[in-house]
Write a protein that binds this ligand. Structure first.
Ligand SMILES: CC(C)=CCC/C(C)=C/CC/C(C)=C/CC/C(C)=C/COP(=O)(O)OP(=O)(O)O
Ligand SMILES: O=P(O)(O)OC[C@@H](O)CO
Ligand SMILES: [Mg+2]
Length: 257
């Protein structure tokens, strides 16, 4: 894969208004390898855009092997690390979401883990995606919430979310991720997505609690560029394939009009 391949793919989708889906794989929750291989073959046929891999708290050290397995099946779907901390770094991914938790005030997640991993990243030459990560209140205490010991943004205060994203943008962050947290009861509100989309010229990733096609549609309609699906796919892979079909048709219609 070319060194800027992931950045190029995200940015060209963004500029052309093409929507994309990321499948979030939690390395601790993978069923057996044969199941995983079968799942990979299915999503590959449905034009999956990205694979994210990581978690707030990852106990196994199987990430490297999972990535190697993915690469055996498909070398075209970018595998992007979505790390909860520096120890989840592994050099065989294509890119890393270099998340700064700008909704919080915990220095460890604003800059601390980043310093720890930076020398490894420099050696690996991995693509780095500087991302303003904003945790939004999804109605339950999520793992990110607890592990990061930060207060999420209120889901009904778009002006605070926008001020946060603007600050991140002025700091030079290139991507923004609005996350209601894995398994959120309520996804990130459309008003927050819209507020950020209308003022910030950067790809917007949205995830957390998007466990039905309708919720995914609403996120895209409000302005999400990349939608992340984790729990929904863990419970039922056909949600992911249904969503992928929808996005494929949506993107085809862009070419026609
Ligand atoms: C730059 C590096 C190396 C690390 C960044 C570290 C930061 C700032 C992380 C942000 C806060 C955080 C803990 C994010 C984790 C996000 C993530 C991968 C969530 C996936 O879902 P889980 O929170 O694991 O959900 P479950 O509890 O359902 O498994
Ligand atoms: O597992 P779900 O609820 O789909 O959330 C995905 C991701 O945005 C969590 O960080
Ligand atoms: Mg997890």
């Amino acid at each position: 894969m070319k060194h800027s391949a992931v950045t190029d793919k995200i940015l060209s989708n963004y500029r052309e208004g093409r929507k994309a889906i990321a499948w979030l794989i939690d390395p601790d929750k993978l069923a057996d390898k044969a199941d995983f291989l079968a799942q990979l073959k299915i999503v590959q046929r449905h034009h999956l855009d990205f694979i994210f891999i990581g978690g707030s708290l990852v106990e196994s050290n199987g990430t490297e092997e999972i990535i190697a397995t993915i690469k055996q099946i498909d070398t075209t779907i970018p595998v992007i690390l979505f790390p909860g901390n520096a120890s989840q770094f592994t050099p065989n991914a294509d890119a890393i979401l270099f998340l700064s938790l700008i909704s919080g005030r915990n220095p460890e997640f604003l800059i601390g883990q980043h310093v720890t991993v930076a020398p490894l990243l420099a050696k690996s030459k991995m693509e780095v995606l500087p991302t303003g990560y904003m945790l939004v209140d999804g109605g339950v205490t999520t793992s990110v919430n607890y592990i990061s010991q930060t207060i999420p943004l209120p889901n009904n205060k778009p002006e605070i979310a926008l001020a946060t994203a603007l600050a991140g943008s002025f700091l030079g962050l290139k991507y923004f991720y609005l996350d209601a947290g894995s398994g959120a009861q309520v996804p990130v509100s459309s008003s927050i997505i819209q507020a950020i989309k209308s003022q910030i010229d950067a790809p917007l990733i949205v995830g957390g609690g998007l466990n039905t096609l309708d919720k995914v549609k609403s996120s895209f309609k409000a302005g999400a560029d990349v939608v992340v699906i984790g729990n929904g796919a863990e419970k039922n892979l056909s949600l992911l394939t249904e969503v992928l079909e929808y996005v494929h048709v949506l993107n085809l219609s862009l070419n026609i009009n």
